[in-house]
Structures are given as C-alpha cells and as structure tokens.
Design a protein around this ligand. Structure first.
Ligand SMILES: [Fe+2]
Length: 243
C-alpha cells in the first residue's frame, strides 16, 4: 500500500518489485493542491485500487473507492492494521491513517511545526472550525503515537536519522499554542492572523488531481517544483523568507 504517492510512480512499483511485493492499494489523504498526486496514475496504469474521501473527491473525474471513517484497510491475511480516521480541516475530506496503533500518516492535518492551512479553499471560517475539532480529537490519541506528516519546512525538524517524524507528545510540546487553544473563536483568530496568499499554481494542480485537466510532463514538472505552502503559522512564513 502507498499513501500520497508522487507522480513518479516507477519508484513505488520498483520498490515493491525489489521486495517481492505487489502494490494493491493507494490512498490519498486529501485532494492535494501543492503537487501532482500519483494515485490516479497507479490506478489507471497499474490496476492499484485507489481509495479517497468522497468529501474531497466527489466532483472529480476519477474512479476510486470511497473511504469509510474508522474502517480498517489492513491486509486480509494479517499484517499491520490501517485504520482510517477522518480529520477534516486542511480540506473538508482530509483523512489520516493509523498504522498498527503506532504510526499516524496525517497528510497536511498536523505538522511537526504548525498545522495544515484551513484557508486554501476560500472557506476559512468553516474549515477552521473543522480543524479545531480535529485537533481536539487528535489530542485524545496516545502521546507515543508517531506522527508522519506530509511536509516539513526546515531541516531543523528532522530527527537524528534525518526523518521528518515526531511523537504526538513532542508535537504537542512544539505547538503548545495551537494545542492549548480552548475555543473555535481563538483558533480562527489565530488562523486569520497567519493567513497569506496561496500560489496561483494551486488552482491548476487541484484540477489535475481531480482529473478535470491534464498537462504535459514538462508543465507537470514545473508545477511540482513549486513551493509547499500548506502550513498555517508564522513559523512557516519565516522559513519561506529564509529560503
Ligand atoms: Fe495540502
């Protein structure tokens, strides 16, 4: 299984082959706006079953299997469990996957520093409330849960093995301002206080990921090289200025 693959699908197919495996399922954590997703390609070209949240994908021209909140997508013949947890906020259909109760693949819901921006769809008031509720839900998970976010903003976020992962306990500590917010109003005020423009390319990337528009390889490469603008805090803005 793969989660949020890039469009360079040969990497995943070769990795599976080298390990005597076959890719059977590909999951998208949300309808991405900042890079071209590979799940559609794996599904169309290689017969891998594509799972996505209907809330984000209903308007797309993609054949996919609808994710069910709290369902387990683990292998039928054993192996780790893959529990689906709807975590709306960054997008209304944002979804996380909890692997074996040990790891959480959370897309752009929370990061090592910051949380996912809830303002990219032009409905910041509603999506910010979703994200506030999601943060309250995540707070109840074990502090030992290892979070695997989809982005980082600085190499300083890497651990000693240069992996961008941290326990939920650590993330709560790094983002204590966000995790300690008591109500939706203060959360929204915080989000609005950190809002900034999104790159113009995001609209095109969303259309490509919904299969409503396609571009040639050269253009796809150019779009993929754009900036990650998915995080919500001043810390993120600061990293951009430095880069
Ligand atoms: Fe995103």
């Amino acid at each position: 299984m793969v989660f949020d693959p890039s469009r360079n699908t040969d990497f995943y197919l070769n990795f599976a082959k080298e390990n005597n495996c076959k890719l059977t399922r590909t999951f998208e954590t949300h309808l991405q706006a900042d890079y071209i997703a590979g799940s559609r390609i794996l599904s169309e070209e290689d017969g891998v079953e594509f799972f996505a949240n209907e809330i984000d994908f209903a308007h797309t021209k993609i054949t996919y299997t609808k994710l069910q909140d709290k369902a387990d997508y683990g292998f039928a013949n054993g192996g780790p469990s893959v529990k689906c947890a709807f975590t709306p906020g960054h997008t209304p259909g944002s979804t996380s996957f909890i692997i074996n109760d040990q790891y959480m693949i959370c897309g752009d819901t929370i990061f090592i520093q910051s949380v996912g921006r809830p303002d990219l769809g032009g409905e910041v008031d509603t999506w910010s409330d979703f994200l506030f509720e999601t943060v309250q839900q995540i707070k109840t998970y074990s502090d030992d849960l290892v979070i695997l976010p989809a982005h980082y903003m600085s190499w300083k976020e890497a651990n000693k093995d240069l992996a961008f992962i941290a326990t939920l306990g650590e993330i709560k500590g790094y983002n204590s301002d966000i995790f300690s917010m008591k109500d939706k109003e203060s959360f929204l005020a915080f989000i609005k206080g950190n809002m900034r423009d999104q790159p113009a390319e995001y609209a095109t990337i969303r259309l490509i990921n919904a299969n409503l528009e396609q571009v040639d390889d050269e253009k796809a490469e150019e779009l993929d090289l754009g900036k990650n603008e998915c995080a919500a805090t001043a810390y993120a803005a600061m990293q951009e200025e430095q880069s």
